[in-house]
Write a protein that binds this ligand. Structure first.
Ligand code: NCD
Ligand code: ZN
Length: 352
């Protein structure tokens, strides 16, 4: 149902979240769980989630943090290292413990030091993933410090992703948190020639900010994330892709909480914490683009279709009214977290 002031959609899913662990996990899980039916949970803990046992107990800790009466299904991922074993992954996938495996090029982003240092180290693993249909989720940035930070995604597509797809043409891939028009074009073209083999998540913040916003009136560490926001023309290309409702593009917030002192430091961490306002922010973007009728495709249909899962059977209603923004989220015994859009606010609200 859609009027200008109210919108009911199939309950959405978030195909890319960071929950962390311990007190931070307890503080952030409820925000995602009350909006989304499922979430793909990133494995970049310290130490990373590499085994079936680690994923099973991490999932239990997440479930323990879900508020009573809220139904939420965290989908776990395996962190690929140079020494990843095909059997662990494909058995975990076949048993429904792993929904996918995540490829972090070593040192590309937060907690990625144990990532893959050379793709040829995991060719055997990728081969079995290709055979079993297990999706590979990719942080698509090169790590060569000589490459300009704003070019790292585009260079990754040309030098790593294209050859990877040539070598493993049947491998199912999600290019995570795309930030460039090159990524949008690449994914759209690949989808044309090999439907169902590629997907891409788009974050709310990359639809809302460009690289200039990170420096508006001074440096804004809470808008720093990886991949970093690019020029305005890229933001516009991402918006066009998201609101098209086209199959390969789906919702993935990349909500990535860090305590205030880790963000506001001489060497601040990358990550935007958007969970408290995620679906509201996406709705605002679709509204601004007069595309509210396509929000459901992007948020609730395209993701499950790619992952071969049913759509959620509940619905979620949003109304046009100011969301009362939390100024900060307190973490037991730790640092506060500042959420995305605390200052700006959002004009859509989620009915609870
Ligand atoms: C993420 C994190 O903090 O774990 N940070 C980010 O800027 N997105 C890691 C990631 O997804 O790159
Ligand atoms: Zn991420």
């Amino acid at each position: 149902m859609q009027t200008t002031d109210s919108l009911t959609i199939i309950r959405p899913d978030d195909w890319h979240v960071h929950f962390r662990d311990g007190d931070m996990l307890d503080a952030v899980v409820p925000y995602t769980a009350r909006q989304f039916g499922r979430a793909i949970v990133m494995p970049n803990l310290t130490p990373p989630v590499t085994t079936i046992e680690a994923a099973t107990s991490y999932r239990e800790r997440i479930m323990a943090a879900v508020p009573e009466g809220v139904s939420f299904n965290p989908l776990m991922t395996a962190y690929l290292t140079d020494s990843a074993k095909s059997d662990d992954l494909t058995i975990g996938y076949a048993d429904g413990i792993f929904a996918a495996a995540k490829l972090y090029p070593a040192n590309a982003t937060t907690n990625s030091a144990m990532g893959v240092s050379d793709l040829s180290n995991v060719f055997g693993v990728l081969e079995s993933m290709q055979d079993s249909g297990m999706p590979l989720l990719i942080h698509g940035e090169v790590t060569d410090t000589e490459v300009d930070i704003f070019d790292r995604e585009a260079v990754f597509i040309d030098t790593i992703l294209e050859p990877l797809i040539r070598k493993f043409p049947e491998l199912r891939i999600v290019l995570e948190h795309v930030t460039t028009s090159q990524a949008v074009d690449f994914v759209s073209e690949r989808h044309e020639t090999a439907p169902g083999k590629i997907g891409a998540t788009i974050t709310a913040h990359h639809l809302m900010i460009n690289r200039t916003d990170i420096f508006r009136g001074g440096i804004r560490p809470h808008l720093y994330c990886l991949p970093i926001a690019k020029r305005e023309k890229h933001r516009l290309a991402l918006r066009k892709a998201a609101i098209s409702g086209a199959g390969p593009f789906f919702l993935g917030t990349d909500t990535a909480p860090h305590g205030v002192s880790a963000k506001q430091s001489a060497c601040g961490c990358a990550g935007v914490f958007s969970a408290p306002v995620a679906i509201q922010a996406y709705t605002q973007v679709f509204d601004e683009e007069n595309a509210l009728d396509r929000l459901e495709d992007f948020a609730s249909r395209n993701g499950p279709k790619f992952y071969g899962l049913p759509k959620n059977n509940k619905t979620l209603t949003l109304t046009r009214s100011e969301t009362i923004m939390p100024e900060k989220i307190s973490v037991q015994g730790g640092d506060d977290i500042l959420p995305f859009l605390t200052e700006e606010g959002v004009i859509w609200n989620m009915d609870l």
